[in-house]
Design a protein around this ligand. Sequence first.
Ligand code: F6P
Length: 343
Amino acid sequence: MKIGVLTGGGDCPGLNAAIRAVVRSAESGGWSVTGFLNGWAGLLGEGIARPLTSGDVSGILPLGGTILGTSRTNPLRQQAHVDQVITNFERHGIDALVAIGGDDTLSVASRLHDLGLKTVGVPKTMDNDLAETDACIGFNSAVTIVVDALDKLHTTASSHHRVMVVEVMGRDAGWVATIGGLAGGADYILIPEVDVPVETVCDSLRRRRQRGKDFSVVVVSEGAKFPDVPVEPSDSTTDAFGHVRLDRRNVGEVLAREIEKRTGFETRTTVLGHLQRGGSPTVFDRVLATRTGVASVGYIAEGRFGHLGALRGNDIVPVPLKAVVARNRTVDLDLWRLASTFY
Ligand code: F6P
C-alpha cells in the first residue's frame, strides 16, 4: 500500500507535525508514503512528488511551515486538471491520499472522493473556521502569537496614552480576533460576524478614558465591517477558490484613522499579518496534528475514505468531508459578548 500526502492552502505551524504523524504511522503499518509538493499543484501535469520516509520527517515536529510546500491551486476549475489528478494517482501508484488543509483543500478532497478516489483529510487552518471540529491545526499557534503581540502592544500603548488598533487574520470568521482578544485583554474586539458602528467603538473608548484609562487596545479582524464607515478592498482580484485578499482592505488603518478623527485620541495601527502563521507550533497544535495525522492513516486502514479526524471534546472522531466543507464555523457569539464585560 502506498499513501500520498499533501498540504494545501495557507501554511501554519503544525503542518510538519501532521506530515510526520502520517509518515510514521504509515510506516509502522508497513506502508510507504509519497509527498506531493505545493498542494494540489503537485498532482497536476505529471505530478511533482518525493518519497517520504521516517528519515525525511525526523526532527520536523517543531518546525513551522511545511516541508512539502503549499499553494492555493484548485484542480476542480478545469476538467483537464481533474483528469490529471486521477491519472497521477495511478502513475505514482497511490492507493489513498491524505489532504491536510482547510475548507478549500478539503472541498477538493471531498469532490475527488465523490469521483471515486480514496481521500481522507486532516483539519488545518489558523482561521479555525472548519465545521464539525472543535479546533483546527494552526489556530492555537496563531492566537498564541496574537496574545504575545497584544501583551507587548499594551506597554507601548499605555506609555504613550494611545489607542492601538491591531489587525488580525481569520478571513470571514472572527475566531482569531475573539480568542486572541479575550486572552490578550482587548478593550474592543471587532469581527466579521457582527457589524458594529465605529461610533459605538468610539463611545466605549471615551467611557474608558473617563474611567481614568488613558490607553486602549482594539483588535479588529481583517474581514470586519462597519455600518457607518465603508471599507473597500483596494484589489478585488480573487484566488483560485474565489477569495479576495482581505489584507488589501486595510481595515485596521481605516478604523484607526476614524477613531482618531472622532475621539481626538492619538491612534496607531499594527497589522500582525503573516507573523501569525510563522514559528514553531504550540503544544496544543503539536498534539492535535499528531492525533489527526495518525487518525487519517487509521481511516485509510479501515477503508473509511472521505472522512477527516475531528476534535470533539477530548476525542478525535471521524466525520464525513462533505459535512466539514458544507459550511463555515463562525464565532461562538457568547464568547464575543463575554469579552465586552472587560470593555
Ligand atoms: O486562511 C488563512 C489565511 O491566513 C487567512 O486568515 C488570510 O486571509 C489568508 O490566509 C491570507 O492568505 P495569503 O497567504 O494568500 O496572504
